[in-house]
Design a binder for this molecule. Structure first.
Ligand SMILES: C[S@@+](CC[C@H](N)C(=O)[O-])C[C@H]1O[C@@H](n2cnc3c(N)ncnc32)[C@H](O)[C@@H]1O
Length: 211
């Protein structure tokens, strides 16, 4: 299994993923508003693992430039179709991973929603995000912390992967994720639960680049 096989997995399910409804609309709206509040009109923003572009299409109009990226060409193709229906100034979609984006740096903000648990080298990706940001830039993440979830989910992931029903997924707790973000050179400014019912173990984390 490799990054290429992850990309193929997401290519394969991209149409189904695009049709899926957001499970907690109010929680999603809260995340959108909190993210919007961190962005300024002159900002250059990078979104990693943007999927079919739902969030990018909502946020891009608030900033100067918004580059929305994903490892899966299939999801980016759907994002492009959605954009064609209602063009947004300053928004670009591209098939890419964080590691390929250094020529486009620096960014004022890097966003990753439901993304960090899918990267194979979490410390390396976090260091890369740090390098992609301008001084004082912010990194915003909201991603499943599988280590805090029901142990049955943790047990099911390897079986699902073996059967081709799941991509690579890292298992970490929210506290471990915050520790890793700090170790990559960030100060954690906020860590919030945006779920409307209970805790969905997807902390909304805002971190500022240190130094
Ligand atoms: C669960 S979807 C989330 C999509 C979108 N951010 C959202 O919240 O709806 C995860 C996305 O991350 C992408 N992805 C997985 N691993 C990645 C990697 N290493 N680099 C970039 N994108 C990746 C997948 O192709 C997929 O589109």
């Amino acid at each position: 299994m490799s990054l290429a096989s992850d990309a193929r997995f997401w290519d394969r399910i991209s149409r189904k993923y695009a049709r899926g409804a957001i499970a907690d609309q109010a929680g999603y709206q809260r995340t959108l508003e909190q993210t919007r509040a961190l962005l300024r009109s002159g900002d250059k923003v990078l979104e990693l693992g943007c999927g079919t572009g739902t969030t990018a299409l909502k946020l891009a109009g608030d900033v100067q430039d918004y580059l929305a990226t994903d490892v899966s060409a299939g999801t980016i193709a759907i994002a492009e179709e959605k954009r064609a229906a209602g063009p947004v100034r300053g928004l670009a979609f591209r098939t890419a991973t964080a590691e390929e984006l250094m020529p486009d740096a620096p960014f004022n903000a890097v966003l990753g929603f439901n993304y960090l648990h899918l990267v194979r080298d979490l410390p390396g990706t976090l260091r890369c995000i740090h390098a992609l940001l301008a001084t004082d830039g912010v990194f915003v993440s909201k991603t499943p912390c599988v280590g805090d979830m029901n142990p049955l989910i943790r047990l099911a992931i390897p079986a699902m992967r073996a059967l081709g029903f799941a991509p690579y997924a890292g298992v970490f707790r929210a506290a471990e994720l915050r520790q890793q973000i700090g170790a990559a050179g960030f100060d954690i400014l906020a860590s919030e639960n945006h779920a409307t019912k209970g805790n969905d173990n997807r902390p909304f984390i805002v971190a500022r680049k240190r130094g």
